[in-house]
Design a binder for this molecule. Structure first.
Ligand SMILES: Nc1ncnc2c1ncn2CCOCCNC(=O)c1cc(-c2ccc(F)cc2)cc(O)c1O
Ligand SMILES: [Mg+2]
Length: 214
């Protein structure tokens, strides 16, 4: 049967990238998406903004929602200090399998734990399953209509601390209007928009960075 796009993306990484070299894995995926098949990775333009925020925060605990094939997982993991706890959640088991292979090809398998499941189910389990008290940095890149319920879940589960940084992809395209309205109007967050474009296109999109103030 016909291969899937994530499977073809993994093949492109294995063919073009150098094992153990995260930069070459990132470049191989971006090349594949620009010249072969578009895919919903955060991409190079928004990825550079992600890099700068991760570097600025220098987090000890990180959560990513929506692993997909592991492109942003590799971008984040390559920047983390040794000993950082990094968890990424992916709903689709086929994507979990591909992501683990792409992350391992980059040599970053010891830096991150890929967990299969939905954010709504797993967020309340973070403390008991992973011994996390609070997250310093959270990257939201999963179902766009889960951004708002999940940020409220983070608050309810006591997973945010003063200064926790949330960075949300796709706040314009596909869009997360209710989330934007919430973080921009809540007194508990300081929010800033980083304009960019939908990965590998000229369509407007951007990232919203929100700092928890409580
Ligand atoms: N652990 C979890 N819990 C809950 N849900 C979960 C989960 N893990 C995964 N999921 C399910 C959803 O995962 C993928 C979400 N990402 C996107 O849908 C996405 C779409 C576009 C896009 C597509 C088509 C266009 F025309 C224009 C833009 C661009 C992007 O950058 C996107 O990120
Ligand atoms: Mg995205």
């Amino acid at each position: 049967t016909r291969s899937t796009r994530p499977q073809r993306m993994l093949k492109a990484v294995q063919k073009k990238a150098t094992k153990g070299d995260p930069e070459s894995v990132i470049s191989a995926i971006d090349y594949f998406c620009k010249h072969s098949e578009w895919a919903m990775n955060v991409g190079d333009e928004k990825g550079s903004i992600l890099d700068s925020v991760v570097t600025e925060v220098n987090p000890s605990t990180v959560l990513e929602l929506g692993t997909y094939c592991g492109y942003s997982t590799v971008r984040i993991a390559r920047l983390l200090s040794p000993g950082t706890k990094f968890i990424t959640l992916e709903f689709n088991p086929a994507n979990v399998t591909i992501a683990r292979q792409i992350i391992a090809y980059a040599g970053l398998q010891d830096k991150v734990t890929v967990v299969e499941g939905s954010s709504g189910d797993l967020i309340p389990q973070m403390k008991e399953r992973f011994g996390i008290t609070t997250f310093d940095f959270i990257f939201l890149d999963h179902w766009k209509d889960r951004y708002l319920p999940d940020i409220k879940l983070f608050e309810e589960c006591g997973l945010l601390r003063k200064g926790s940084v949330l960075l949300a992809d796709n706040v314009i395209c596909p869009g997360a209007p209710e989330y934007l309205e919430y973080v921009r109007n809540s007194p508990r967050y300081e929010s800033r928009y980083y304009p960019a474009h939908l990965e590998y296109t000229k369509v407007e999109d951007g990232l919203e960075k929100s700092v928890f103030l409580e």
